[in-house]
Design a protein around this ligand. Structure first.
Ligand SMILES: Cc1cc2nc3c(=O)[nH]c(=O)nc-3n(C[C@H](O)[C@H](O)[C@H](O)COP(=O)(O)OP(=O)(O)OC[C@H]3O[C@@H](n4cnc5c(N)ncnc54)[C@H](O)[C@@H]3O)c2cc1C
Length: 364
């Protein structure tokens, strides 16, 4: 019997496992392929904030960025590289956004001597995506198996009719959901990044049309494409690696002259984005049961999420889009605190917000 089973060993699942590593709970982490085999293994894993004007996502990411920088340095300093980040404007509209960001930010801005393009530069970082996931999940029991069935029986969850578990955390990214609820919708955005061998030396993380990592032993990582049309689970067509490489190199060349380039490794995977771009963490509402409860007025604008019916001991963490490595430590802490001590989770990230919107539509 496990206390908690985490399904999905990407950065979200592994960050949850790490939160529980200091408790005496027995934790299992399931993945159908392996640790960081999904979107997380493809990530450049840049730790950066969002350089935009005001907005919910920007504010949330700003808090997550500050938290994650300290977290990676403290817990995984050996696989975390602090590097100045140079974010260059793509066009005039972007330049205006950066100017507005610079006026309002509380982050310490850096000067980049000789840079004539509009930019923002700050201290940021990069983690080694696969190694950090492996390190986080180290104290959990790893089970390589696809979770196909989840059944709640006599107060416990039964996974694949074999493993008994008290609580479940779904961290399955943009892959086929195990529990289907009509209000939970995630879009998978396919991405491709490459490692190139080059004689060009680069000392900064540079973000413009794509992200370019600092050189390490003559290798520079370039990522990532945003391909909304390709999804490995809904198409039989193989992904066109050559076209992806071409796109990455063309975009990188608009920012930095790269010489004697040879692509030495490709990484591909899905980011999992929610429809309002804000992640989803917390307990999962049972839509049918909640709709059947005639005492709840689901058309009212101000909803009390506590009135809804929830799956017992079942939680999710998903939808962090292109910022999974920035969000994961911050969100995993909030979810673990909720599971262990019932500490309230910020309403704006609860999956219940999507149920409230969906139910209002169904009832109108
Ligand atoms: C090319 C690329 C570059 C990126 N660059 C960055 C970046 O620089 N910075 C950043 O912060 N973010 C970046 N991201 C985004 C980041 O990688 C994602 O937000 C993050 O990986 C999401 O993590 P996850 O754990 O939710 O999902 P995933 O990593 O996809 O993990 C989900 C896991 O669940 C497993 N799974 C699914 N269903 C089941 C099942 N039924 N049974 C068992 N296992 C199952 C899958 O095998 C998978 O391993 C990038 C993403 C891509 C694709």
């Amino acid at each position: 019997m496990y206390d908690v089973a985490i399904i999905g060993a990407g950065i979200n699942g592994c960050a949850i496992a790490y939160e529980f590593s200091t408790t005496n709970k027995r934790i299992a982490i399931f993945d159908k392929e392996g640790i960081a085999s999904g979107g997380s293994g493809a990530a450049g894993a840049f730790i950066s904030p969002k350089f935009s004007k005001a907005g919910e996502l920007k504010e949330l990411l700003s808090d997550a960025f500050i938290y994650s920088m300290k977290y990676y340095e403290k817990h995984f300093g050996h696989i975390f590289t602090k590097a100045p980040l140079l974010h260059l404007a793509k066009d005039e509209e972007d330049a205006q956004t950066l100017r507005s960001f610079k006026q309002n930010t509380t982050l310490k801005l850096l000067e980049v001597p000789g840079e004539t393009r509009e930019y923002v530069s700050i201290d940021a970082g990069i983690v080694d995506a696969k190694r950090v996931c492996e390190a986080m999940a180290k104290s959990a029991e790893f089970i390589q198996e696809e979770v196909v069935t989840l059944t709640f029986l006599d107060g416990y969850w039964l996974i694949n009719e074999e493993y008994t578990v008290k609580e479940i955390v779904l961290a399955t990214g943009a892959y086929r959901p195990i529990i289907r609820e009509p209000y939970i919708q995630l879009r998978g955005i396919w991405g491709h990044r490459i490692d190139i061998q080059t004689t060009t030396q680069n000392s900064l993380s540079i973000h413009q049309f794509v992200s370019i990592a600092p050189s390490k032993d003559g290798v520079i990582a370039i990522g990532a494409t945003h391909n909304v049309h390709y999804h490995p689970q809904t198409t039989k067509e193989p992904y066109d690696v050559t076209a992806g490489r071409r796109e990455l190199l063309e975009k990188a060349a608009k920012t930095l002259k790269l010489e004697e380039v040879e692509v030495i490794k490709d990484y591909t995977g899905l980011r999992s984005g929610s429809f309002d771009y804000i992640p989803m963490i917390g307990p999962v509402v049972m839509a049918e049961e909640t709709l059947r409860n005639s005492e709840i007025n689901l058309t009212r604008k101000a909803q009390d999420y506590l009135e809804y019916s929830y799956y017992p001991g079942l939680y999710m963490i998903n939808g962090s889009g292109g910022y999974g490595f920035v969000f994961a430590p911050y969100l995993a802490k909030a979810l673990a605190e909720y599971i262990v001590s019932g500490k309230e989770i910020n309403r704006e990230v609860l999956p219940a917000r999507f149920f409230a919107r969906w139910a209002r539509k169904v009832n109108s």
